[in-house]
Design a protein around this ligand. Structure first.
Ligand SMILES: Cc1cc2nc3c(=O)[nH]c(=O)nc-3n(C[C@H](O)[C@H](O)[C@H](O)COP(=O)(O)OP(=O)(O)OC[C@H]3O[C@@H](n4cnc5c(N)ncnc54)[C@H](O)[C@@H]3O)c2cc1C
Length: 388
């Protein structure tokens, strides 16, 4: 037993949580992982993998009971994301995006909104979170999408880009600026847009380096008419909703990256224990042992920090933004390094798509970019220590 096995064995889950994890692991092993390379190659949306997760009712673990869910701990949700992402990063991000898009509705929506909009999600409907625009990425406050009140409706005009699940989601949490508020940050507002809204058109699927099965599209809004009843909070309350929401989606992105890192580590250990050169398994070369030691140590720290952040949120902590940034930063940097080193350890075979190391490396890169680039997270963490 290695120290990583001992850490995994000591993580405690109650009986119901363990049952969920066993079911998710079974689906990951039997349905999702075997299909992952095929979906990556074809770029098709992984319907069968999502159907298998929906057959377990997995969205329900983050939806309150009153709206059709069966909520469980956030730490458990994070572990589910890691298990799914280890099997297929595309499926992992599709599932996690349901949470990213719908958690703000759960946390900030009115009773009426939740009763109306959440049951479809609990039953397996997809969610999406739309913030990024062509000229507003890291600085989301530069967004230009406009919300104009019109009687009982809001007219939406603008364009979002790079939106995960944007073409498949039943509900999109959309951020834009309230036309009647003349303040770059104070105008930001949040609205739930439903799938078949007239004036709303999703663009074609982007051709991406990784996560090729997951859907990433632009969204265009041309006087799209959305009921005012779908506005979250009051006009101008969007920025605080946005920041609070990102603090909960960033640990989820960390859990997704942790899944990629676990997959790359397992493949690397398997291969280095089998591949013989110069009469020795390649793990018997000290240079490679040093590498494995560094990566295993870092994986242990990412495992435990991600669990820690999950527990913080489960315990109702009110401040965890920097902790979430640390989790996102370290897990995504590890996923990139682990998968790159896995390719290196596989030698020439690592560069060939017969082994999944190559896919993991392509899938890992975006984890350093989305949900705040890692430069932005370094800035957020670093400036929290500035004393003046
Ligand atoms: C596959 C994919 C899926 C995505 N899914 C979604 C989604 O579902 N919803 C959504 O809203 N968005 C999504 N995004 C968008 C993603 O979050 C943005 O791409 C990301 O926030 C970076 O914004 P940008 O691409 O405009 O880069 P920019 O902000 O233009 O950054 C370019 C470079 O400048 C650096 N930089 C910028 N500002 C600073 C700074 N202050 N200090 C130091 N360096 C800085 C960045 O780190 C980066 O290296 C997705 C993107 C991709 C590619």
């Amino acid at each position: 037993m290695t120290f990583l096995d001992r850490y995994a064995a000591r993580r405690t889950w109650d009986e119901q949580e363990q049952m969920v994890l066993d079911q998710v692991q079974k689906v990951a092993d039997e349905v999702i992982a075997p299909a992952a390379a095929g979906y990556d190659a074809s770029g098709e949306f992984p319907d069968a993998s999502m159907d298998a997760l929906n057959a377990l009712g997995l969205n329900a673990i983050f939806v309150p009971e009153a709206y059709g869910g069966a909520p469980m701990s956030y730490r458990l949700y994070l572990e589910c994301v890691s298990i799914i992402s280890e099997a297929c990063a595309s499926t992992g991000i599709i599932y996690a995006t349901n949470f990213h898009g719908m958690k703000p509705l759960i946390d900030f929506g009115s009773e009426e909104q939740k009763e109306r909009l959440l049951p479809a999600i609990a039953e397996g409907g997809m969610g999406s979170l739309a913030i990024t625009e062509p000229s507003a990425g890291s600085d989301a406050t530069g967004m230009k999408t406009r919300f104009t009140p019109d009687g009982d409706d809001i007219l939406v005009d603008g364009e979002k880009i790079f939106i995960s699940n944007g073409d498949v989601a039943e509900r999109i949490l959309l951020f834009g600026k309230w036309s009647e508020i003349d303040d770059a940050k104070g105008a930001i507002s949040a609205l739930v847009v439903e799938k078949a809204t007239p004036g709303f058109t999703p663009g074609p699927k982007e051709n991406k380096m990784g996560h090729r099965a997951a859907s990433t599209v632009s969204l265009s809004f041309d006087k799209a008419r959305v009921p005012r009843a779908n506005l979250l909070g009051a006009p101008g309350e969007g920025l605080s909703i946005l920041l609070a929401s990102l603090n909960k989606s960033r640990p989820s992105i960390a859990a997704h990256a942790r899944g990629i890192a676990r997959a790359a580590f397992k493949d690397m250990i398997g291969y280095t224990n089998e591949r013989v050169q110069s009469g020795r398994c390649i793990i018997d070369f000290q240079a490679n042992q040093f590498l494995v030691a560094d990566l295993a140590s870092e994986l242990a720290l990412v495992e435990s920090w991600t669990d820690y952040v999950g527990t913080l949120i489960d315990d109702g902590a009110s401040e965890f933004g920097q902790e979430a940034s640390v989790a996102k930063l370290r897990a995504s940097d590890l996923a990139m390094r682990m998968s790159t080193e896995a390719v290196q350890m596989f030698g020439g075979y690592g560069y060939i798509s017969d082994y999944r190391a190559e896919r993991l490396m392509r899938d890992a890169k975006i984890t350093q970019i989305w949900e705040g680039t890692n430069q932005v997270h370094r800035q957020l963490i670093g400036r929290s220590f500035a004393q003046k």
